[in-house]
Write a protein that binds this ligand. Structure first.
Ligand code: C5P
Length: 233
């Protein structure tokens, strides 16, 4: 099973992104391109980072009718990214259509993972706005299992949920987990966090780390510390 640190490149421009990545001379971090950077710079930023040798998690969280998602995934697949994602709330038909669109003529495809319930949604909001009355932990596991049954490769979840997701969906089902902070750091706006070492022990396959690396006084040192703590866990 792969185990790696994915650096969330939450920058608003190509210039800021490249200035950050230029700090790394000895390693090529796996990077996450989210909506902010993708909508600012378009597919060119994906091609550029790929050409520089980075693995890419394209975090666009698709959620639309199956036909639209299928056709969009076919476009993203041509960008040759390593991981893409969607919302499990789009249901099984959408997830299966996404897999079809993503699969290239030679049978290869990027990994496809699902967002379950956003970690910004709490029990009260889920009940009030979505009319889902089950306990949220069970809803997350149900969404993960639905994604697995649709043929997806894993989920984005809290490291606090990784163990339960593996127990329900199998060890081979990937858990990609944001919400990671060093033991001696501020949490920022993340409420439920784990250290890289604890996320590793909890069974996270990939941790997604943004500000603890991008906003560190020495981002390369912070990245190396993160990799060491996570991989050695
Ligand atoms: O800076 P920080 O380490 O909090 O960045 C975490 C990254 O993971 C951000 O890009 C954020 O959008 C993303 N993310 C998250 N929580 C989720 C899903 C995605 O923090 N549930």
């Amino acid at each position: 099973m792969p185990k790696d640190v994915i650096v969330a490149c939450d920058f608003e421009s190509k210039e800021k992104t490249l200035a950050f990545l230029d700090l790394f001379t000895d390693e090529k971090p796996f990077v996450k391109i989210g909506m902010e950077l993708y909508y600012a710079e378009g597919p060119a930023i994906v091609r550029e980072l790929k050409a520089r040798g980075h693995k890419i998690f394209l975090d666009l969280k698709l959620h639309d009718i199956p036909n639209t998602v299928k056709k969009t995934m076919a476009v993203l697949s041509k960008l040759d990214v390593d991981i893409v994602n969607l919302h499990a709330a789009g249901t099984t038909a959408m997830m299966q259509a996404a897999l079809e669109g993503l699969t290239r003529p030679d049978g290869t495809r990027p990994l496809l993972i699902a967002v379950t319930m956003l970690t910004s949604t709490d029990q009260a909001a889920m009940e009030r706005d979505l009319l889902i009355k089950e306990p949220i932990a069970g809803v997350v596991l149900h969404y993960a299992e639905t994604a697995k049954n649709a043929g997806l490769d894993g989920v984005v979840c809290s490291p606090l949920e990784a163990r339960a997701v593996h127990a329900r969906c199998g060890e081979g089902f990937l858990t990609v987990t944001p919400g990671v902070r060093f033991a001696d750091a501020e949490k920022g706006d993340q409420k439920r966090v784990m250290t890289p070492a604890d996320a590793g022990k909890a069974g996270s396959d990939y941790i997604v780390v943004g500000r603890p690396i991008t906003a560190a006084p020495d981002p390369v040192a912070a990245y190396r510390r993160c990799v060491k703590e996570f991989i050695e866990a």
